[in-house]
Design a protein around this ligand. Structure first.
Ligand SMILES: [Zn+2]
Length: 152
């Protein structure tokens, strides 16, 4: 097989600035849950679908969603991709080793949750495999608290 040499356009885009971002009550609940190593979603009172992250309007039937439900921390990997590059401050950089991003269907949840998949070689990752959440030791109510999913 002929080796393909990839060339990239590497624009320099300085992105060093801080801003405050109001996440809204649904994402705030998700992050508050992360601070307790819990995952919250919302359940539609009309059609019964459960979605993570929580949201205010059901994407399936447009009903108003009220309240939050804690959901399972295990699920099924429905799709994934293997990354070899990443963006850092506008620069495309080669990853030290390939990494996996997956769409996880948590048990009892009707939506897919994007997360890093680890604890298994990329070549060993399969659609349909069971995975479970792995939290950072120190959680603080941040997206990064839920570090990755690993095989269950
Ligand atoms: Zn609904």
């Amino acid at each position: 097989m002929e080796e393909v040499k990839l060339e990239f356009f590497n624009p320099t885009v300085p992105m060093d600035f801080q801003y405050n971002y109001r996440v809204g009550p649904c994402i705030q609940k998700l992050l508050d849950g992360f601070a307790e190593k819990k995952i919250y979603g919302s359940k539609c009172p009309s059609c019964g679908k459960v979605v993570v992250p929580p949201r205010t309007i059901c994407g399936a039937c447009n009903a108003k969603m009220e309240g939050f439900v804690e959901v399972a921390q295990e699920g099924t990997l429905r799709s994934f991709t293997v990354g070899h590059f990443y963006l850092e401050k506008g620069q495309l950089k080669k990853a030290e080793s390939p990494y996996v991003l997956g769409l996880v269907e948590l048990d009892g949840v009707d939506s897919l949750f994007l997360a890093r998949i680890s604890g298994v070689e990329p070549s060993g990752v399969k659609e349909g495999m069971r995975v479970k959440a792995v939290w950072k030791d120190q959680v603080q109510g941040d997206y990064a608290d839920l570090d990755h999913f690993r095989p269950a």
